[in-house]
Design a protein around this ligand. Sequence first.
Ligand code: CMP
Length: 139
Amino acid sequence: MATNRTFTMIKPDAVANGHIGAILNDIIAAGFKVVAMKYTHLTEKNAGAFYEVHKERPFYGDLVQFMTSGPIVAAILEKDNAVEEFRKLIGATDPTKAEEGTIRNKYATSIEANAVHGSDSDENAAIEGNFFFSALERH
Ligand code: CMP
């Protein structure tokens, strides 16, 4: 059953390019409620652990470097069917394939620097949210 929660990060490219406000605006306008949010800078250890599932992929090392290259915004978001709805809002991983009007279509620069992360399942949404936030930080 859907938990109605997902996890997102606004990645270092979008933060550096000044898109935090526009992206949050798109997220809220699409009907998501912010349950938790923080502005932070991942260490190599944090980013390596977060993306552990991709450890064997050829892009893993570069991805970890990129995700530690500047601050990010992490958030837990709530909406009916949140995981699927959020993936629709952000568009395909590769921004050249992301539908017109999606967040990645508007703000991403490459498949790696793709502006935002969105959980791919309810199970991962819970794992990823727990990675960043304690119960006291959820409202
Ligand atoms: P994200 O949704 O955060 O999940 C894994 C990330 O790995 C993905 O977004 C991209 O930033 C990155 N990624 C996925 N596929 C590739 C690829 N083929 N080359 C480089 N980076 C990738």
